[in-house]
Design a binder for this molecule. Structure first.
Ligand SMILES: Nc1ncnc2c1ncn2[C@@H]1O[C@H](COP(=O)(O)OP(=O)(O)OP(=O)(O)O)[C@@H](O)[C@H]1O
Length: 935
């Protein structure tokens, strides 16, 4: 019986007041209704009648309507698409939490292959750039978009369930500091190399490969010696593309070429390697009459050699001979056709994986945002966590002394802290069940299981366990399926399927022996089953999302993932004139040539993930599955330190048909994603918990100020007061059937999703209201203040006018106040020297003579009183005696004397007075107009 055979959950909830029967059917009806209404992004909100509005608290459901099938899914290709409000909300929330708490955030997309994870992740990333990264016109966005275009082209393939399935898992780490994007980094998980280079007849695979030769200019073709080849000749690419596909591919190819340029990666280098990979597919070794194997596709082999910058003979030798170390004696042997063909495939895989890894490293090493820190490392294959461990290991060996390593550790901690504030978007492999499944699919499904376990732990397990630990009695028991047994079966330390596979590889065993051993060892494990008819290399696993049958025929070779040193040595710089090819095997060549005797029967990993994969004796330290497992572990450690935001993706049908809601396909995913259980937990359990202090800090604004004690000791009482007040408020406003329950534990306060949503809603309302009040008070005050000034100015103006008028009427003259100097204008700097040349030029321009000062402007022939011009002569009265300190012989004008003003004096502020046949220059303020004005 399927573990996932579903039950109709009887759902009794909410403080015993109501009881509901929430069935899978209700969930399905809701999803279908919303799908029909084109609501593909759904956030489960628990509502009164329990027709949930698909908003599982902090969890978002996305249903893929397949309206965009075959989209290359790059940041640029999603540019024209409207962003859904719900996805936007996820990003806003992550950015908000990150900037408020500084805590890393992880948006985790999960769902089966084809459910739309990559599509949603591109939309999320675009939105993240819009919110915190300055939008799509920034350099950072353009670089990231270019990296995605290049990587998607190289790392997506048509599978049974998705015509553009991602074969590279991605964790996109966006460093955000103070709400602004700081730098981005892509961590890639590249697994399915076998699929990438295998011929897949009639599948639209690797359009880049297909178009590569067609897209080259005549010059480029000639340079690469490829004139004789057409894409249709290539065995790896024999598939039934339509004309439209080809046209579309051509434009994609051009975009790809441009993007390589944006990343600063030499296009021809990459094309040479990829063309070599393609042509290798047309090389076949067959057993001949002599000792050596024969080649079918001699010309292709030579073309590959030419592309890789090595001689045809050297490449042939590298592919068809092996060196063995027999107790210290080096022995050379000739491979048979089978082994030569395997080595050929190893070379194709190695070239392909290493090129992709180089591109990722290059994309990550760009200092996009003018960072002063630069990038921590360019190794794309390390997880965030591992990265820092690597740094610290390095630091401790370099530091030497204890103190030194301590200070380096402190530095590492500081760096770690500085890089802590990331927002990650995780788009890993979705569950797959191709027939038959290979080792890569076992890894992919282990990854899907691990993500499911992370979700289970975070949503169900931690909530249930913390309730138990703190003595909280929860009325709703959520019955979720724990997938730990399946993860244990695959990856437990000694007896897991992967460990046993490593064991089998180390003793150079066989697939049959391996399958027999696992069947014996896990005889009683219900997760491991024997598919009918029973075959010696076939076994089956009951995964959380379905049963998968695995064929172990290639398990051992795939797991070893090795390439012989005979082949690697071909690319040594003395034998190879193509630097990029030498660079691809750089660390291996360095290790190989550090000792004499090359080749000497050692092997290297085809797709190394770190430099630790170098030699240990004559074999690589790790295997493909060990590596994958370690990296998955590191990824989990990174995620555990982050605040997760879950986006659960569902495909609407399995034929990629637009707008078709296939109930059976959807229901299977609803079960495996445990959506019903999640809704139940959100509705009736306590899925959220907060420390008392944190709760108080966030929500105390909701309770009346005077009722709170605000002390450390009374923090629990305050929580109680706040919640009681909120519950009273809610019940007054509406009679709700939704659970608004909460409970006080020992260290935490436990909240149902209902009360959390209410608390958040009220908090938002309150803050909104407070903001409005603050704004209105401020605006009111400002207006009143301005009004009082305006009023005073108006009154002054009226008074001034009245005074002037009354003075004019009374025959007096008002003086205008002198204009005040403009505040803040600095006085001229006495030391400031003018450039004499500029002065001369300016004088010439205006026709001025520097030697002769300009004439004094003619004095005005009138004075102004009020608005009236008064011409000369004027009869004025002396206000004061002038000059006040007369020496006796000069003419003195006495106060009250009437005098005749004949004009303005050339002396500033003086008038010319004629009195008793004398002309006297009298300051303006000593004179007052007489009532009878001369005009
Ligand atoms: N919301 C959507 N609207 C329109 N089309 C979509 C949507 N989501 C996904 N698609 C389309 O559905 C197809 C599958 O989506 P996608 O490749 O994102 O799935 P996936 O879950 O990432 O699959 P895999 O795990 O195999 O990589 C793509 O062609 C994509 O363009």
């Amino acid at each position: 019986m399927s573990v996932l055979m579903f039950r109709r959950l009887k759902f009794t909830c909410i403080k015993g007041r109501n009881s509901f029967l929430l069935t899978e059917d209700a969930v399905m009806k809701c999803l279908q209704a919303r799908f029909a209404a084109s609501n593909f992004y759904l956030s489960i909100v628990i509502t009164q009648n329990f027709y949930f509005q698909t908003n599982v608290g902090p969890i978002l459901l996305c249903v893929n309507p397949y309206r965009n099938v075959g989209n290359p899914l790059t940041l640029n290709s999603t540019r024209g698409l409207a962003l859904s409000q719900q996805l936007n909300k996820v990003v806003q929330e992550a950015v908000r939490q990150q900037s408020e708490t500084g805590y890393p955030q992880a948006i985790i997309l999960s769902g089966t292959s084809g459910s739309g994870k990559s599509h949603a992740s591109m939309l999320l990333l675009r939105q993240l750039f819009a919110v915190a990264g300055g939008g799509p016109e920034t350099d950072a966005f353009k670089h990231l978009a270019a990296a995605f275009t290049v990587l998607r082209s190289l790392g997506s393939a048509k599978t049974a369930t998705n015509s553009e399935s991602s074969r590279i898992g991605q964790f996109i780490e966006v460093q955000v500091t103070d709400g602004a994007l700081y730098r981005t980094k892509i961590h890639c998980y590249f697994l399915d190399q076998t699929r990438v280079i295998r011929p897949l007849p009639s599948e639209k695979n690797y359009h880049i490969f297909y178009q590569m030769l067609a897209g080259l200019s005549t010059d480029e073709r000639a340079k690469l010696n490829l004139e004789g080849y057409s894409p249709t000749n290539l065995r790896y690419l024999q598939h039934g593309d339509t004309r439209q596909d080809v046209t579309e591919d051509a434009s994609r190819f051009q975009a790809w070429k441009t993007c390589l340029g944006v990343l600063g990666i030499p296009f021809l280098d990459v094309v040479r390697v990829l063309a070599a990979v393609l042509l290798l597919g047309n090389v076949q070794f067959i057993d001949g009459k002599g000792i050596e194997v024969d080649v079918k596709g001699d010309a292709e082999l030579n073309a590959v050699a030419g592309l890789l910058g090595v001689s045809g003979a050297a490449l042939f030798r590298g592919l068809t001979t092996r060196t063995h170390n027999a107790r210290g004696q080096l022995v050379k042997s000739v491979c048979d056709a089978n082994m030569s063909n395997m080595t050929r495939d190893c070379l194709a895989k190695a070239l392909y994986c290493r090129t992709v890894a180089t591109i990722v490293r290059r994309a990550n090493s760009l200092k996009r945002l003018g960072s002063t820190l630069g990038t921590l490392s360019s190794d794309s294959n390390e997880s965030v966590h591992n990265q820092l461990e690597v740094t610290s290991q390095h630091a401790s060996t370099v530091g030497g002394t204890n103190a030194g390593s301590k200070s380096m550790a402190a530095l590492n901690n500081a760096v770690r802290h500085a890089t802590d504030g990331f927002i990650g978007i995780l788009d890993m492999f979705g569950f797959e069940e191709p027939k038959p499944s290979q080792l890569e699919h076992l890894c992919i499904n282990l990854c899907a299981e691990t993500m499911q376990h992370f979700y289970n732990t975070h949503i169900f397990k931690s909530s249930i366990e913390s309730c138990r630990d703190e003595g909280i009695n929860c009325e709703v028991e959520v019955d979720y399926v724990d997938n730990v047994p399946c993860i244990d079966l695959i990856s437990s330390l000694r007896t897991g399927l992967l460990s046993m596979l490593d064991g089998e590889c180390s003793i150079r065993g066989t697939a049959e022996a391996y399958v027999a051993k696992i069947k014996v060892h896990h005889k009683h494990n219900l997760r491991l089953f024997d598919p009918k008819p029973i075959e010696p290399r076939i076994f089956g696993i009951q995964h959380f999302a379905g049963r998968v049958v695995y064929d172990a025929t290639d398990f051992l070779d795939t797991n070893k993932d090795v390439v012989p040193d005979d082949l690697v040595a071909v690319f040594y710089k003395h034998n190879c004139n193509f630097g990029f090819a030498t660079h691809l095997f750089g660390s291996e060549l360095k290790a190989l040539y550090s000792v004499e005797n090359v080749p000497r029967g050692v092997s290297f990993r085809i797709s190394p993930t770190s430099h630790a994969d170098l030699l240990n004796g004559d074999e690589p330290v790790s295997t493909l599955t060990q590596d994958f497992h370690t990296r998955l572990d590191n990824l989990l450690r990174t995620l555990v330190h982050a605040r997760p935001h879950f986006v659960r993706c569902i495909r609407s049908n399995s034929q990629e048909a637009p707008n078709r809601f296939d109930r059976s396909t959807v229901v299977r995913q609803v079960r495996s994603l445990q959506i019903l259980e999640t809704v139940n937990l959100m509705a009736g359990g306590y899925p959220h918990r907060m420390r008392f202090k944190a709760f108080n800090a966030r929500y105390r604004l909701l309770a009346p100020f005077t009722r709170l004690q605000r002390t450390e000791e009374k923090v629990m009482d305050d929580c109680h007061v706040i919640l009681q007040h909120v519950v009273d408020l809610i019940s007054k406003e509406q009679s709700t059937a939704v659970s608004t329950s909460w409970a006080l534990g020992k260290r935490h306060i436990f909240l149902s999703e209902g009360i959390r949503q209410q608390l958040e809603k009220l908090r938002n309302e309150k803050r909104q209201k407070s903001a409005t009040t603050i704004q209105s008070v401020w605006r009111g005050w400002k207006s009143r203040y301005r009004w009082s000034i305006l009023k005073r100015e108006k009154e002054m103006h009226i008074t001034n006018t009245q005074t002037t008028l009354s003075r004019v009427v009374a025959g007096g003259v008002t003086t205008r106040p002198r204009p005040q100097p403009i505040a803040g204008t600095p006085p001229p700097d006495p030391n400031e020297k003018c450039d004499s040349k500029i002065i001369q030029q300016t004088c010439n321009l205006f026709g001025l003579d520097l030697e002769r000062p300009p004439p004094v402007p003619p004095s005005r022939s009138y004075t102004v009183a009020g608005n009236t011009k008064l011409g000369y002569p004027q009869t004025r009265v002396m206000k004061m005696t002038y000059p006040e300190d007369s020496s006796g012989d000069s003419t003195v004008l006495l106060k009250g004397e009437t005098v005749l003003v004949v004009g303005a004096s050339h002396r500033r502020g003086h008038l010319i007075v004629e009195h008793k046949h004398c002309t006297i220059h009298v300051p303006f303020q000593y004179l007052e107009l007489k009532q009878s004005v001369n005009i």
